[in-house]
Design a protein around this ligand. Structure first.
Ligand code: NAD
Length: 426
C-alpha cells in the first residue's frame, strides 16, 4: 500500500475529475477546485457533471475522500500536491491557449506564497514542450517570491486516459510518465504511483510534455494512415479491415488504431496535433507528416457524404438520419466530433437531418437547434438513408430492414439487415 496523501486537483473536467475520483478510491484525500460552481455543487452531491463509466459510482462510494470547492485557498492549504488539470484549448491559429493554465497557476501561487510546508505543483494539462519549465515555474516564482526546487516543487505528469474508458485507464495504465524539477516532487510522485505495476518513466519536465504530444500525434497519424489506405482499398474493391489484420500482426506496427472510418475527433487529437504544428512553425521546424495527418482527417467525413450521394444523388429535401453524435462511443463528449462536420455538410446539401445519440444530444443541441432529435435510435431509421457516425453498441442491435445505410464506423451487423449497406472505406 502506497503512502496516502492530501491532493488537490484544479479543474474538475474529464481529466481532473477522473483523477480526483480515482485518487479518492485509492484512499487519498482529494479536493477538487473548479470555477464552475454548478460542477462543484454536483460533485458535492455525489453527482458526476460528466458521463464517464463508473465515475459517479466512485464519487458516491468514496465521498468521504473527495469534495469540491471554488476556493484555491482551501485547496492549497489543505493539500501537499496540486495537479493542474484545466483545459488547454487551441487559439484560432492553432497555438495552444494557456489562459486557464495561467489563471490556475496564479491562483495557486497566491496561497503558496504564505504556505510554510513544502508543496508541489504538477501540471497534468497537455502543454507544449517547455511550458512547465519556462512558463509555469517562473510565474510561480514571480508571484510567490520563492525559489522552485527549494521552497516549492514542480512536476509535469501527462495524462493518457481515453474518454469513454477513463476510469479503467487511470486504474490500468500502460505506463505512467512524470517529469520533475526537484527531488522532493520526484519522491512525492513516485510514492503516489508506487502501487501501480506498469512501467514508470521518470524524466525531465520537457521530455514528459513531448512524450504526450508525440503519443497523440503518432496515434492520429496511424488513423489517418489507415484511412488513406482504406480509401485506396475501397477503389480496389477490397476490405481495408482484412488489410489491417495483415499489417497489425507485425509487432512493429500493432493492430490498434488501424480501424479505418471517418476519422478521429475528440477534445485532444485535433488541438494537440495543431498545437504541435503551430509550435514547430514558431521554432521554424517543418512538420510535413503531421500536417498531412490533419488534412486527411478533415477530408474523411466528406468521403462518407460522397458515398451517400452515390445512392441518393440529390440530397435536397431528403431526410438523412445520423446515428451517433459523440466523437466516440461511451462518452457524451462531442468536441471535434465527425458528426458535426457531417451534419454541416448535410445542411449545405439542403437535406433534413434527424439524429440520435444515447448520451450526447444535449451538447449537440447547443450547436444545432434546427434538426430533429429522436428519443431513440429506432426513430432515426424512419429516414431516406441512415449514416452510422459513432459505434455505440446499441446501434448494432437495430433492424435496418429496407434501409440505405452508409457506415462510417464498421458496424457490420447493419449489413445483415439493410437493403443497401456501404462502408466509407471498405
Ligand atoms: P475539460 O474542459 O473537461 O475540463 C477542464 C475543467 O477546468 C472545467 O471543468 C473548467 O471549468 C475548469 N477550469 C477552467 N479554468 C479553471 C480555473 N482557472 N480554475 C479551476 N478550474 C478551471 O478538460 P479536460 O478534457 O479534462 O482536459 C484537461 C487537460 O487534460 C487538457 O490539457 C487536455 O488536453 C488534457 N487531456 C485530456 C484528455 C481527455 O481525454 N479529455 C486526455 C489526456 C489529456
Amino acid at each position: 500500500m502506497g503512502v496516502l496523501m492530501n491532493i488537490s486537483v484544479i479543474g474538475a473536467g474529464y481529466v481532473g475529475l477522473v483523477n480526483a475520483a480515482c485518487f479518492a478510491k485509492l484512499g487519498h484525500q482529494v479536493i477538487c477546485v473548479d470555477v464552475d460552481k454548478e460542477k462543484v455543487d454536483k460533485i458535492n452531491q455525489s453527482i458526476s457533471p460528466i458521463y464517464e463509466k463508473d465515475l459517479e459510482e466512485i464519487i458516491k462510494k468514496y465521498k468521504k475522500n473527495i469534495y469540491a470547492t471554488t476556493s484555491y485557498k482551501e485547496a492549497v492549504e489543505k493539500s501537499d500536491i496540486t495537479f493542474i488539470c484545466v483545459g488547454t484549448p487551441s487559439k484560432k491559429n492553432g497555438d495552444i491557449d494557456l489562459l486557464f493554465v495561467d489563471q490556475a497557476t496564479k491562483e495557486i501561487a497566491i496561497y503558496l506564497k504564505n504556505k510554510k510546508s513544502f508543496h508541489s505543483v504538477v501540471v497534468k494539462s497537455t502543454v507544449v514542450p517547455g511550458t512547465t519549465q519556462n512558463h509555469v515555474l517562473p510565474l510561480l516564482e514571480e508571484i510567490t517570491q520563492k525559489k522552485a526546487g527549494v521552497d516549492f516543487g514542480v512536476g509535469m505528469n501527462p495524462e493518457f486516459l481515453r474518454e469513454g474508458a477513463a476510469v479503467y485507464d487511470f486504474l490500468h495504465p500502460d505506463r505512467i510518465v512524470y517529469g520533475y524539477y526537484d527531488d522532493h516532487t520526484k519522491k512525492l510522485l513516485s510514492l503516489l504511483y508506487s502501487d501501480f505495476s506498469c512501467p514508470i518513466v521518470e524524466t525531465s519536465l520537457t521530455v514528459a510534455e513531448m512524450i504526450k504530444y508525440a503519443s497523440n500525434c503518432f496515434l492520429a497519424t496511424k488513423i489517418s494512415f489507415i484511412n488513406e489506405i482504406g480509401n485506396l482499398c475501397k477503389r480496389l474493391g477490397i476490405d481495408s479491415y482484412e488489410v489491417a489484420e495483415g499489417i497489425g500482426l507485425d509487432d512493429r506496427i500493432g493492430r490498434a488504431f488501424l480501424d479505418s472510418g471517418i476519422g478521429w475527433g475528440g477534445s485532444c487529437f485535433g488541438k494537440d496535433v495543431n498545437a504541435l504544428i503551430a509550435f514547430a512553425k514558431e521554432i521554424k521546424e517543418p512538420c510535413n507528416i503531421i500536417q498531412s495527418v490533419v488534412q486527411v482527417n478533415e477530408q474523411q467525413p466528406l468521403r462518407l457524404i460522397s458515398v451517400l450521394k452515390k445512392h441518393i444523388p440529390l440530397l435536397k429535401g431528403k431526410i438523412i438520419g445520423v446515428l451517433g453524435l459523440s466523437f466516440k462511443p461511451n462518452t457524451d463528449d462531442i468536441r471535434d466530433s465527425r458528426s458535426i462536420i457531417l451534419v454541416k455538410n448535410l445542411f449545405e446539401e439542403n437535406a433534413q437531418v434527424k439524429v440520435y445519440d444515447p448520451k450526447a444530444m444535449n451538447h449537440f443541441k447547443k450547436l444545432f437547434s434546427d434538426i430533429i432529435y429522436c428519443d431513440n435510435a429506432k426513430d432515426v431509421l424512419d429516414a431516406d438513408a441512415v449514416i452510422i457516425a459513432t459505434a455505440w453498441d446499441e446501434f448494432k442491435k437495430l433492424d435496418y430492414k429496407g434501409k440505405i445505410v452508409i457506415d462510417g464506423r464498421r458496424l457490420l451487423e447493419a449489413k445483415k439487415t439493410a437493403k443497401i449497406y456501404e462502408g466509407v472505406c471498405w
